[in-house]
Design a binder for this molecule. Structure first.
Ligand SMILES: [Zn+2]
Length: 243
């Protein structure tokens, strides 16, 4: 028969053991809570993309009269602003390929502009779009310059870049038209062998006062890509061309 003290010890041990056993689950649960229901669909998507073809947006397509074309093929699993403000808000679209392998799904320029790839950019390019023209629902001031940003174009270990060889590190202000191949979707996270799920992170960054791009990891420096692509979330929260 357990004394009160023993029962307390047993209870503490059980609680500790439960915590230890469920730690990976806890972090997953926290992640899901953090991003909301939209992100829960990512695992569903990866399990069987063909079963959810209606979630997929096709590369090079234009939604209605939107100024930008869709920069890759896949499911927009994480949207702009997803996350738990003020701790974190996602700054662009994460577009998950159905291919099941990296270096297969092309990424293209969403709009005409001037491409830069910094010397130390393994997986990323950015395109400057000066004097962006007015369009329906535009958040921009007249004549405002913006930048479109494309990343994760490298292998999980960081040994292979999937950025097109036309844009080696150090490329500056190279003119590209909408639809130009930039590279292929990869899994590089910025840390060796800590891969992200296969996707393109696509964002629209504002210009700084000096005309350079701002830090696109800050939500306040970015615009909702959906405004430029003509995409919205439907009642289920799936982002697509619902018009
Ligand atoms: Zn992202």
């Amino acid at each position: 028969m357990l004394t009160f003290l023993n029962r307390r010890r047993v209870l503490t041990a059980v609680i500790l053991l439960t915590l230890l056993l469920t730690l990976p689950l806890t972090s997953r649960t926290v992640r899901l809570r953090f991003f909301g229901p939209r992100i829960q669909r990512i695992s569903t998507w990866f399990a069987n993309p063909a079963a959810h073809a209606d979630w997929q947006v096709e590369i090079g397509t234009r939604c209605g009269n939107a100024p930008m074309i869709f920069p890759t093929t896949g499911f927009i699993g994480v949207g702009w602003g997803d996350g738990l403000w003020p701790l974190y808000q996602h700054t662009g679209y994460d577009i998950f390929s159905p291919a099941g392998a990296e270096n297969v799904t092309p990424n293209i320029a969403a709009y005409d502009g001037y491409l830069t790839r910094e010397d130390d950019w393994l997986s990323t390019v950015i395109i400057r779009h000066p004097d962006f023209p007015p369009f329906n629902g535009s958040p921009l001031s007249p004549g405002e310059q913006i930048w479109s940003y494309y990343t994760h174009m490298a292998s999980a270990d960081g040994s292979v870049s999937y950025v097109d060889p036309a844009f080696p590190p150090g490329t500056r202000e190279k003119f590209v038209t909408a639809g130009t191949l930039l590279g292929y979707q990869g899994t590089w996270s910025g840390r060796p062998n800590d891969p992200v799920g296969l996707h393109l992170h696509f964002s629209i960054a504002a210009s700084g006062a000096d005309g350079s791009y701002t830090n696109e990891t800050e939500i306040g420096n970015t615009y909702d890509p959906g405004l430029f692509l003509g995409l919205t979330a439907n009642e289920e929260g799936i982002i697509g061309c619902w018009r």
